[in-house]
Design a binder for this molecule. Structure first.
Ligand SMILES: CC(C)(COP(=O)(O)OP(=O)(O)OC[C@H]1O[C@@H](n2cnc3c(N)ncnc32)[C@H](O)[C@@H]1OP(=O)(O)O)[C@@H](O)C(=O)NCCC(=O)NCCS
Length: 126
């Protein structure tokens, strides 16, 4: 399994700056591109260590449709897999185009997200 030091080095080589936080419930990583134009967050809970949750994906409007979102999602998948997780999960609005994009990236619906209207939990096996 990859160490935090190795993970930081690998993300820096890919042009990302990681910010790690450890809390009583688990840990999170904010991954930001060096130029600040794209970021996402990943969460891992101590009571469910085999699953990593992906959220807050955002690409600056000025640089959308240049595959930055795809690259950061791919980086998140690699981080989750190298940390020993078996699945990457996220919540998506099934009425928005992102739902189909996540499906094309290999995510499948597995439960309604009752906390957010029209939203569904999706997961990808790693
Ligand atoms: C979602 C988001 C991160 C995508 O980032 P991006 O860098 O523009 O995405 P990519 O360039 O990697 O696009 C990947 C594919 O997604 C689809 N896509 C991207 N933008 C789209 C749009 N506006 N409408 C329809 N499909 C779109 C396309 O299939 C695209 O591939 P293509 O350009 O080869 O056709 C960006 O639109 C964003 O920040 N949106 C606001 C925040 C948000 O909604 N986050 C997602 C929460 S689930």
């Amino acid at each position: 399994m990859i160490t935090t030091k190795e993970l930081k080095r690998s993300l820096k080589e890919k042009g990302f700056i990681p910010h790690f936080e450890c809390e009583s419930w688990g840990s999170s990583i904010l991954i930001m591109r060096k130029d600040g134009k794209a970021f996402c967050r990943m969460y891992r809970y101590t009571d469910d260590p085999k699953t990593v949750y992906f959220s807050s994906l955002s690409v600056d409007e000025s640089v959308r449709r240049r595959a930055l979102g795809t690259k950061i999602l791919k980086a998140a998948e690699e981080i989750a897999a190298s940390s020993g997780a078996k699945a990457l999960c996220l919540s998506a609005d099934r009425t928005q185009w992102m739902h189909a994009w996540y499906q094309r990236s290999g995510f499948v619906d597995f439960a309604d997200n009752r906390d957010a209207e029209n939203s569904v939990w999706m997961q990808k096996a790693l």
